[in-house]
Design a protein around this ligand. Structure first.
Ligand SMILES: Cc1ncc(COP(=O)(O)O)c(C=O)c1O
Length: 421
């Protein structure tokens, strides 16, 4: 071996503090070897990323899977062109820090869209671009501290919200939902001192009903009197299959109590990790400090691409197309299972298939996974296991005439075995 190669190897080992050179006295192995890399085998399976409703990160959507857009209708060509253009624009940006609230042009587009589509009149200064609902939630919980405080959550409701609140030491108080949405009177009676409520007024997650006007007023009145805030999780936005989507709760919010959160996860793709938040003006300063020091907006490139997607009219066209497609797929699911769904009152992009209360829906969902299907157990959306209803949430966004019949027969086979709780 050439002398130079050996010398380079020695120098590298010395740089990494594995060898110590004592000049002419020789080179020895260091007495204080630096620590080894962490032992990965100690990270258990449970600690790998697995959130409710999330079937292994990065895997393609399965039939009946909840909360994922139609893979076959994704605007691949348009978005890849816009992302490539955005990459070039981002590379030419000045080498300084971007606005931590998000790209001003995107915030203007979002404000204009919200005014037209969700009846929210807001200034672009109130808009903060986030990495989806999840990161907006983190930002809000952080900003509304000091913990501990109590927060109303819908029962049943999005499990990730409960998990996020628990991580931050906030006590989640389950408040039942009925045909009109969250039961505000129950919340007022049982937890009047809560300082936050997290709700899905547009289309309740997971049951799909729209919160009635009376309930909306009652919720806002409570928020004003309790000095509390309401997070409006508008995760489906305008993706309402039965007629027009109701205006956002934030559009009624004269008392500046609602923090409206939108996401592009359902309307475009969860892989974008992009969403936004509209802060009541009194909280803008607080949020600004948090995004400056703790969690700035995501990378400019995705923001620039999504900004063009909105500005060039692709987003509205895409939404119109998806509403038609999802209505067809809902009807296809209805005809496959023999229950017409066309006139169904509930919205959402999933059907609840009730099971007998003693049926172990989580075990059924696990078995279905083994058959390549992705239904979600309804019981996991409840805080209180004792009151949890058993059922399967059947997402229909990826249902096609070719796949529907076979998938339904496979699911029926799994259900026929009915593991009991
Ligand atoms: C109720 C609810 N809110 C919000 C989201 C979206 O979260 P994100 O924007 O972090 O993808 C989901 C996704 O499944 C959801 O079910």
């Amino acid at each position: 071996m050439a002398r130079g190669t050996v010398k380079t190897a020695y120098e590298r080992l010395i740089d990494r503090q594995l060898l110590v050179s004592n000049g002419p006295a020789g080179t020895r192995v260091s007495d204080n070897l630096p620590p080894q890399a962490a032992d990965m085998s100690r990270i258990s399976q449970q600690e790998t990323v697995q959130a409710p409703g999330m079937i292994g990160p990065g895997s393609p959507p399965r039939l009946f899977q909840l909360g994922v857009p139609a893979q076959d209708a994704f605007p691949t060509k348009t978005l890849s062109r816009l992302l490539a253009q955005a990459g070039r624009k981002a590379a030419l940006l000045p080498l300084s820090y971007p606005d931590p609230r998000g790209e001003p042009a995107l915030r203007r587009e979002i404000a204009a869209y919200l005014a037209v589509a969700r009846s929210i009149v807001c200034h672009e200064e109130q808009i903060f671009v986030t990495a989806g609902f999840t990161s907006a939630l983190g930002l809000i919980i952080e900003t509304l501290s000091p913990s501990p405080y109590r927060a109303w959550v819908e029962e049943p409701g999005y499990p990730l919200v409960r998990a996020a609140l628990a991580l931050k030491g906030v006590q989640a108080v389950p408040v039942p939902v009925d045909a009109n949405g969250i039961d505000v009177a129950f919340g007022v009676k049982n937890a009047p001192d809560a300082s936050l409520a997290v709700v899905t007024p547009g289309q309740q997650a997971p049951l799909g009903m729209t919160m009635s006007l009376a309930r909306r007023r009652a919720l806002l009145d409570w928020a004003v009197s309790a000095n509390a805030y309401v997070i409006e999780d508008d995760y489906l936005g305008e993706l309402q299959l039965n007629g027009r989507a109701a205006p956002a709760l934030a559009s009624l919010d004269a008392g500046e109590r609602v923090i409206h959160v939108g996401t592009f996860s359902k309307t475009v793709s969860p892989a974008l990790r992009l969403g936004f938040m509209v802060a009541p003006s009194r909280l803008v300063g607080e949020f600004l400090r948090r995004v400056m020091f703790l969690s700035p907006a995501p990378a400019a490139m995705t923001q620039i691409a999504v900004c063009s997607f909105l500005a060039e009219g692709h987003f509205l066209r895409h939404l119109r197309k998806m509403r038609r497609l999802y209505a067809d797929r809902r009807d296809l699911l209805g005809s496959t299972i023999g229950t017409p769904l066309r006139d169904r009152k509930a919205g959402g992009l999933a059907l609840v298939l009730p099971l007998p209360d003693e049926a172990d829906d989580a075990a059924i969902a696990r078995r279905a996974l083994g058959r390549g299907l992705g239904p979600s157990p309804l019981s996991s959306w409840y805080t209180d296991p004792a009151s949890a209803r058993s059922g399967l949430l059947l997402g229909f966004t990826n249902m096609t005439p070719q796949s529907a019949g076979r998938a339904w027969r496979d699911l029926q086979d799994v259900i026929a075995d009915l593991p009991r709780r």
